[in-house]
Design a protein around this ligand. Structure first.
Ligand code: NAD
Length: 360
């Protein structure tokens, strides 16, 4: 599989290197091999090439099956003009790769149940993803504008836009718990009515094996906090997903634990949710779990190697259960480790879990 590595800035390179160690260890067990190319992005690219991402780097990503990103940005580039900002590279990358959906898991690792703002008994066993439409809806709809006494935006979706993300959601549900909850506001918005009709029709036509239900967005926000265990795949539009994916992320605890995937028809980008953490960059203490869990998503959603993905997640959980903690999730009585030791602990546990699986 062709993989482009974009370490970026700050802790980006540290966490991506750690995650690739896990990726290589897993790949060797499942007959996968990676052909990797590294490119600059963000501030690193701006310093070396004068732009936050070059056309050549984007072409390398286009020529790959998968792009893996660390993070971009930092105080050094905060005052550069808007089009040169490291973050501008991310928008360009997503657009070039036509990534129309974003998948953010909310998985609660049992040893970190106590870290969440929700009660442990409500959370135990929660494991779902929020799938957000990324390139349409009210954030991009025209007309839009700001006048003296009036501001306006347009929420608009075409059937084809809804269909392509709904198809992805059903496919992803097939690799998980085979349940999709489509979230909208069809009681108020015509745009949502089209969304609901389209998802329903596609589900009936092509995905009868996946259980589909619908929920209004206000109720969904409540239900995620009230009983997150009821969900498997939440499918929703750009703005609703923006909000729900952050709620979902936060119930699981720390930023250093949150992975993400952005998927298109031909390409996929996997990256941690967190930024470049300039305050801890270069110290070897960054939590690599978010990026390692992003690798698990790559094994599940691009390679469709569900067992490999599950074993990575189990290895992360076992390392936490054995007390390993980077500083951001450390609590008294646990073993404080750096990025490399945490990664070693996860690789070792993956090897053990895999060996056990083979001999079973
Ligand atoms: P941040 O996510 O970089 O950091 C927020 C806090 O969380 C910091 O205290 C940091 O040390 C901590 N943290 C984050 N990831 C961690 C990890 N893996 N292990 C341990 N601690 C971790 O957000 P910020 O400070 O608001 O932004 C810093 C820079 O990153 C900015 O330039 C911002 O624009 C950029 N940013 C980039 C992305 C991206 O590349 N996708 C996302 C968000 C922010």
């Amino acid at each position: 599989m062709k993989v482009t590595l974009l370490p970026g800035d700050g802790i980006g390179a540290e966490v991506l290197e750690a995650a690739m160690r896990v990726a290589e260890a897993v790949a060797s067990k499942y007959g996968v091999s990676f052909e990797t190319t590294e490119e600059l992005i963000g501030g690193a690219s701006l310093d070396a090439k004068g732009v936050p991402v070059t056309d050549e780097a984007l072409q390398t990503c286009l020529d790959s099956d998968v792009t893996l990103l660390g993070a971009v940005g930092g105080p050094k580039w905060e005052s550069v003009e808007h089009r040169l900002k490291p973050e501008a590279a991310l928008l360009k990358l997503r657009k070039t790769l036509e990534l129309f959906s974003n998948v953010r898991p909310a998985k609660v690792y049992a040893p970190l149940l106590g870290e969440s703002s929700l009660k442990a008994e409500r959370l135990d066993g929660a494991d779902f993803v929020v799938m957000r439409e990324l390139t349409g809806g009210i954030y991009f709809g025209e007309p839009r504008g700001l006048e003296d006494t009036r501001g306006f935006n347009t929420m608009v979706y075409e059937t084809a836009e809804v269909e392509r993300i709904a198809r992805k959601a059903f496919e992803i549900a097939r690799l998980r718990g085979k349940k999709v909850v489509s979230v909208d506001k069809a009681n108020v918005l015509e745009c949502s009515q089209l969304w609901r009709n389209t998802v329903t029709a596609l589900g009936e036509k092509d995905y009868a094996d996946v259980e589909l239900s619908h929920m209004y967005v206000d109720n969904a926000a409540m239900q995620i906090v009230r009983d997150p265990r009821q969900f498997d795949v939440i499918l929703t539009s750009n703005m609703f997903g923006d909000i729900l994916s952050d709620i979902a992320g936060m119930i699981t605890g720390s930023l250093g634990m949150l992975p993400s995937a952005s998927l298109g028809e031909k390409h996929a980008l996997y990256e941690p949710v967190h930024g470049s953490a300039p305050d801890i960059a270069g110290q070897g203490i960054a939590n690599p779990v978010a990026t390692i869990a992003s690798i698990a998503m790559m094994f599940k959603y691009t390679l469709e190697l569900v067992e490999a993905a599950d074993l990575i997640e189990q290895a992360i959980e076992q390392a936490l259960l054995d007390g390993y903690r980077t500083k951001d999730v450390y609590s008294e009585g646990k073993t404080l480790v750096g990025t490399n030791e945490m990664t070693d602990a996860i690789v070792e546990r993956f090897e053990e879990l895999h060996a056990r699986k083979q001999s079973a």
